[in-house]
Design a protein around this ligand. Sequence first.
Ligand code: ZN
Length: 105
Amino acid sequence: MVGNLTAIRWQRDQPRRGPILPALAGDHPASIVFCVLCPEQLGTVERVQYLIIGPIDEREWDEHTAGRWYAAPAMLVHEKCITKLDEEDLEDTVPMLVAVVLSAP
Ligand SMILES: [Zn+2]
């Protein structure tokens, strides 16, 4: 998967906020990745959290539509940034993030 994407077991009625992780180690490859919710890099000071952005591809959409659990793409963002958004805000933000992910080289 592209950039800091990983897969998290998820189902459509679950919160889009995933697990919270401590601040990344200095040698963590995602530490230099930019948070998609602010202009800063994820860095090594702030706690980070997974934001589930699935479904993206056709197979994921099938699982999503059927309401089944599936391995949904998720990206790391700052915990402080995701905290500012409620679930409705996240639902509105996710399509933009998917567009960014799909346009990544
Ligand atoms: Zn941020």
